[in-house]
Design a binder for this molecule. Structure first.
Ligand SMILES: NC(=O)C1=CN([C@@H]2O[C@H](COP(=O)(O)OP(=O)(O)OC[C@H]3O[C@@H](n4cnc5c(N)ncnc54)[C@H](O)[C@@H]3O)[C@@H](O)[C@H]2O)[C@@H](O)CC1
Ligand SMILES: [K+]
Length: 486
């Protein structure tokens, strides 16, 4: 897992480390890493045109020192100082010594634009002067490559919110550790590719990380390993109680998700039975949950409706001592206080999978700008793992741990993909994974499947279900656990 820390924790670590080092060491380390990445992005440093947008703090200092390194290697470096009186003095001096210059406006030619406007000291969206300079530097025939220093300026570093104008970077070079804005909320895609430069901070980061990001190796390790002695009950049987005569598609899709997962067998219980059997003949289907037979986890919700029969189904599932995935209409039914009490009183693992509107109904308020905090609050309140869907889906536990999924794909923003996710998640729960591990794993695989499906054209939910198999097979291959890239 790759951890991300909040600004206050970064500051505390930085203070502890700086006290042991000669002044300016950290900034030199940061600038060296930044300059190295900038050089790699330029085909040739000598003669390249580099523009620095320099704000009033140390983020601008990093940019100026990196600019000095590039100028020494022959780049034509121009610094646009957004607040000349407050620009980092030593950094400016270093740049000038290497032949760099300052200008009031971005020059006509820019190959590489370095965003040193603000870093972790930022408040709110880009201010007018910064936004105007950014516009002048980027609104042109050939948009320059943009490298953000530490974070893309304009984002809320601790929450990943984007409250106003912000930089859209191609690459973000960050220092010491990841911050939430790199991995959650609308800020994450603005960071582009994130490179973490080691400046020696990690041993001093003593606080718990704000959020953890799983990588490929984590997921490969989490997946249940099949043994030769396995039979259907040791691999897990998942029960699916979704869909209805009105919405049979939800039943078919969640069953498809469950079938793609690692369990041995899927049982379906509900009024869309005939449709499910037509689509998936290997499923054992009954009309009622009480007739379903033995399962190790239930998925309930999507397409179920919210009528009395749906409420009875939910009560029946909640009355078991099995792990449960509560999706869509099951979440809507929880708005009923007695049902919510029934859920909170359970001891077995539960995962709730709301999108923003379902979250708002359930929590009484929208997730708001701090999606991690919102998901954690709901998880604590419901005593369930919460999987808050989004471009960077968040998984939050009642005990206060949060994860951000890195594999999100715009391809998943289409009807029915959530049903596939719920089915897959149920399968992982039935396979014996702890609820937060199952949720993190399901979100990750689902994202990869969305990307895989998108390679072949426009994506519909059945394509995502179909793509889960190759994605899982690839992850289960022996070298997947050794891979470190996401
Ligand atoms: N934390 C660390 O361990 C290290 C930090 N370094 C750099 O230092 C940065 C933090 O520096 P600072 O604390 O000086 O803060 P910043 O440079 O992030 O920003 C502070 C300045 O920006 C202005 N500002 C705030 N919000 C703004 C907005 N929305 N639009 C325009 N201007 C705004 C403020 O008035 C203030 O003068 C990091 O992001 C990183 O780049 C590195 O040099 C090395 C190590
Ligand atoms: K920046």
């Amino acid at each position: 897992m790759r951890p991300a820390w909040r600004v206050a924790d970064v500051r505390a670590a930085e203070e502890a480390l700086m006290a042991r080092l000669p002044e300016g060491t950290l900034m030199q380390r940061a600038a060296a890493g930044l300059a190295r990445r900038c050089a790699l992005l330029l085909e040739q440093v000598y003669g390249a045109h580099v523009t620095l947008l320099v704000g009033a703090g140390n983020n601008g200092g990093d940019a100026l020192y990196a600019g000095a390194i590039l100028a020494r290697r022959g780049a034509a470096v121009t610094a646009v100082l957004l607040d000349p009186a407050k620009a980092h003095e030593e950094g400016l001096q270093a740049l000038r010594q290497q032949g760099g210059r300052t200008a009031d406006n971005p020059p006509a030619t820019i190959d590489l634009l370095v965003d040193g406007i603000v870093g972790i000291g930022a408040k709110g969206g880009l201010r007018d002067a910064a936004a105007a300079a950014l516009h002048k530097a980027t609104d042109r025939g050939r948009r320059p490559t943009i490298v953000a220093v530490d974070v893309p300026s304009g984002v809320d570093v601790d929450t990943g919110d984007v409250p106003g104008k912000a930089v859209q970077a191609d690459v973000t070079v960050t220092f010491g550790c990841l911050k939430p804005a790199h991995v959650v909320g609308p800020a994450a895609p603005l960071a582009g590719e994130v490179e973490l430069v080691d400046i020696g901070l990690r041993p001093w980061l003593r606080a718990d990380p704000a959020v953890l990001v799983p990588d490929r190796a984590d997921i490969a390790e989490a997946l249940p390993k099949h043994r030769p002695t396995d039979e259907k009950y040791t691999r897990g049987v998942v029960g699916v109680a979704t869909g209805s005569k009105t919405y049979p598609g939800a039943a078919i899709l969640s069953t498809a998700g469950a079938l793609a997962g690692p369990t041995g067998m899927v049982r379906y219980a509900g009024t869309a039975r005939q449709y499910v059997l037509q689509a998936h003949p290997s499923v054992i289907a009954t009309d009622r949950i009480t007739d379903a037979g033995r399962v190790q986890a239930w998925v309930i919700g999507s397409g179920l409706g919210t009528d009395a029969a749906a409420a009875t189904a939910l009560r029946t599932v909640l009355a078991t001592s099995l792990p449960v995935v509560l999706d869509a209409d099951a979440l809507n039914l929880l708005v009923d206080g007695a049902m919510a009490d029934l859920m909170r009183g359970r001891n077995a693992p539960m995962v709730l999978t709301p999108h923003d509107r379902e979250f708002a109904r359930l929590a009484g308020e929208a997730p708001g700008p701090d999606r991690v905090a919102a998901a954690l609050k709901l998880a604590a309140h419901t005593n369930a793992v919460v999987l808050l869907k989004g471009d960077r889906t968040i998984v939050a536990t009642p005990s206060g741990t949060a994860y951000a999924n890195p594999t999100g794909s715009p391809a998943l923003a289409t009807g029915g993909t959530g049903d596939v996710l719920a089915g897959l998640l149920g399968s992982l729960l039935a396979g014996g994974l702890r609820p937060e591990v199952a949720a993190v794993t399901a979100a990750y695989l689902h994202g990869l499947a969305g990307r895989e499906a998108a390679r072949h054209g426009p994506v519909a939910a059945p394509d995502v279900a179909a793509a889960l198999r190759p994605v899982l097979a690839d992850l289960a291959s022996p070298d997947a656990a050794a891979a470190t890239h996401k």
